[in-house]
Each structure stands twice: as C-alpha cells, then as structure tokens.
Design a protein around this ligand. Structure first.
Ligand SMILES: C[S@@+](CC[C@H](N)C(=O)[O-])C[C@H]1O[C@@H](n2cnc3c(N)ncnc32)[C@H](O)[C@@H]1O
Length: 409
C-alpha cells in the first residue's frame, strides 16, 4: 500500500488539472495535505479516498444533468398556439435571404410563442421580442435573457415540485379543477405557482429563475389541459388526465447577448426601438388572445382575480385587449407602420376569411395592407400553402399564408 503519494501521481491517476485540485482545496472540498521539508504536498491514503468520493459525487451530478438534458428538456416550440408560425420559419427565412443582405437585429413586436425570434436568436442575431401577454413575456425572459441562473438548483427544484402530493384545495383547483384540469393537476398548479412566489420572496431564486420555473409550469399546465389548445372553453368530458410534469427549459445562453424583451403595446414600443428587420404578425380577426389564453395569464400573474362566465375568464382584462381585433385595426396598423423604425418590414397575414364583421373575418384587407406599406417603400407579396392550427371549428382548404415584404426608403 502506498504511504506517501505525490501531487504528480494524483493528477495522472485521476486525470484532473493542478488548478482544479488546488481549487477544491481552496473551496474546502478537500483537506489540505501535509507538506514535506521542500514544501511539496504529500497525500495519504485517507486524502486519496476523500478525493475519490468527491469525484464520484461530481460525476453523479453531471450524469444527472446530462440525463435530464437528454430525456426531458422543454423546447420553446413545445406548445400549441393560435397563429404560431413554427411551420412558416423556412418561408420567412427564404424571403429575408432573398431581400436582406446582412442584418444584426431582428424585431418581433407581436412575438406570440417567440419561435420565430428563437430561430434568429440561434443564428446569433440580436432579438427584440414583445407581446402584450405576460405569459408570453415570461417565456421570452426564460429563453432570451442573459441574467444568470443556476441550472442545477432549478433542476433540483423542478424535481421536488414534481414529486409534491397536494391534497388541499386552492384558487386553481376551486375554479379550474374538474373543468380545465383534473382536480389533482389543478391543486398542483395552484400549489406550485404559490411556491414559486415564496421561493422568490425568500431570495432563494432570482427574477429569471422565477420566470424559468413559471415557464416550466405554464407549458406543463398547457400539456395537461382539457381543451383543444386554447381556453375559450374546456371539453365537457374530462379526457385529458395526463399527470402534470414540469420540465427544465432548454436554454441556449450563449446566444443571449444584447437581446431586448418587452411586455407592452406594440404601437407604443415601435417608437422606442430600432431594428434592421421587423417581422409583424398581428392578430387577424376579432378573437382576442387575452381571451383565448386567459388561464395562462392567470397562472403567470398569480393575482387570483375575480372570474366570469362558464369559461372562468379573468373579469378585468381590458389591459390585454388588442385594437387589432376590433374596427380600429386598420388605423392601428397604419399608426404602427408609420412609426416603426427599421430597414426591412415583413408582415404576415392570411386569406382565411375576407374582411368583414364576423368573428373570424379578417380585420384588414389585402389592399389596405399594401396601401399602408407603400407609404414606407417598395412592396412585394409572397404566398405559401400553410397548414394552420385553428380553433378546430373551421376546416380550411387551400389555406394560404401571405407575407408582405417592404424595403423601407
Ligand atoms: C398571430 S399571434 C403571433 C404569433 C407568433 N408569430 C408565433 O409564431 O407564435 C399575435 C400576437 O400578438 C399579440 N398582440 C395582440 N395585440 C398586441 C399589441 N397591441 N401589442 C403587442 N402584442 C399584441 C397577441 O398576444 C399574440 O400573441
């Protein structure tokens, strides 16, 4: 048995650097070994055992993060959303490639799920992302912010929250249990959401960590919801009994440099920011997103507001009403385009329905979009077939998605 062991032997045997070894001593993870008459460290069998134990703990931790990552990371696109352009990204990219030479900043004032900005963020563009809904903003902070967060701590917290068994009722279970969720899932959503606030108030998590946990909860609740993808109504038969499961979001922090994230009215924001390329994707018809996603807003805010009607929508939701869903749509769009400070504008709109006053009629006509954009510069119109996620009531054959491109003079 070795009695005296040199540092050189340790480094070779355990394949670690001298700096790592000294860091661990400095951090108190290893005892400082005795030194010989030359000042060289002499390691004993006991030191060796301690080092072996430390390495095994570190390996297990890394393995568990690695395993977690491989199996169960939450992707930003992992949700259904009315008007999501996930399937249109290649089309958008082809138009930008054809018309824009080089650009640095990509601005999305109506970002919804954020999947289009996510694509450009991963192309190392600076993204400026906004939506009027708080539940969307929280997801942007999760995926696009550069504020630090402790992944290991969050994975551990998510595991604990997933394992919690909640038998008591709360605001969520009383209002949404046996309707949008099973009673068990609703209790757990209510409990987890309150717990996230407690962790934040105790300074156990920072603002971004709080938003990462809320995002994880919002996506999990959406997956467990007894709906057809939005919250205008729940299904009469509770047939989604999937157990709520929080996942750790897959965050590419290396890409998150200088991004800007907002939660305000797009018409106000366009006066404040400047970007090379602006992609505009307003609501098309009178269906308010604040109505369709009231339940996610309720979870995001956790203010336990008064509710109304069978669908249990937040009673006071005027702050998330959009002019783009009303007769004011044309004037509001005109104001937006007049004020946007950018070199290239792309506008998504579609031919799902002609302009009119019906619930699903478009609020702005093709001719109006072209006329308004022409005030800024030359306009081209691109068209593609598109299989959209709709409310489920309307079957749309030959659905076309239009993108209007305008090079600003
Ligand atoms: C058609 S969706 C955008 C979908 C998005 N491109 C995607 O891929 O997920 C329109 C979005 O605009 C938001 N919105 C509506 N009016 C707004 C306003 N005045 N300012 C900012 N966002 C608004 C809605 O909340 C909704 O998320």
């Amino acid at each position: 048995m070795l009695k005296e062991i040199s540092t050189k032997y340790i480094l070779k045997e355990f394949d670690i650097s001298r700096q790592t070894l000294y860091n661990w001593i400095h951090e108190g993870l290893l005892n400082e070994p005795v030194k010989d008459w030359r000042g060289w460290r002499i390691w004993t069998q006991e030191d060796l055992d301690q080092l072996r134990k430390l390495l095994s703990e570190k390996n297990n931790k890394n393995l568990s993060i690695q395993k977690h990552n491989d199996d169960t990371l939450l992707e930003m696109s992992n949700r259904r959303y009315l008007g999501s352009k996930q399937k249109l990204i290649d089309f958008i990219e082809s138009i930008i490639r054809e018309n824009v030479e080089n650009f640095n900043t990509f601005f999305e004032p109506f970002a919804g799920t954020g999947v289009v900005s996510n694509y450009y963020n991963n192309q190392n563009k600076v993204v400026i992302v906004n939506d009027i809904l708080k539940s969307n903003y929280i997801a942007y902070d999760t995926f696009f912010s550069s504020e630090s967060y402790d992944a290991e701590k969050l994975i551990h917290t998510i595991k604990q929250l997933n394992e919690a068994i909640i038998n008591d009722d709360n605001y969520m279970s009383v209002n949404f249990g046996d309707r949008y969720f099973t009673i068990q899932n609703a209790r757990k959503i209510g409990y987890i959401r309150d717990e996230i606030d407690v962790l934040y108030e105790q300074n156990s998590i920072n603002a971004r960590e709080k938003n990462i946990l809320i995002t994880s909860l919002l996506y999990a609740a959406d997956k467990a919801a007894n709906t057809c993808g939005h919250y205008d109504a729940y299904r009469e038969t509770l047939d989604n009994i999937k157990e709520l499961e929080l996942l750790m979001p897959n965050i590419n922090d290396d890409a998150n440099i200088n991004n800007q994230i907002y939660n305000c009215d797009a018409n106000v924001l366009v006066k404040e920011v400047q970007a090379d390329v602006t992609y505009i994707d307003t609501p098309y018809n009178s269906r308010q997103y604040g109505d369709a996603y009231h339940l996610l807003e309720n979870i995001a805010e956790n203010k336990k507001p008064e509710l109304q009607g069978k669908a249990k929508k937040i009673k006071q939701r005027s702050h998330i009403k959009s002019n783009y869903c009303t007769v004011k749509a044309v004037d509001t769009f005109r104001d937006l385009i007049e004020n946007v400070r950018t070199k290239h504008i792309l506008v998504s709109y579609n031919n799902m329905a002609k302009k009119g006053n019906g619930r699903s009629n478009a609020k702005i006509s093709n001719e109006e979009i072209i006329e308004i954009l022409k005030q800024k510069g030359e306009v081209k119109v691109y068209e593609t077939d598109f299989n959209a996620f709709t409310t489920g009531k309307s079957k749309i054959d030959n659905h076309k998605e239009l993108i209007y491109y305008c090079r600003v003079n």
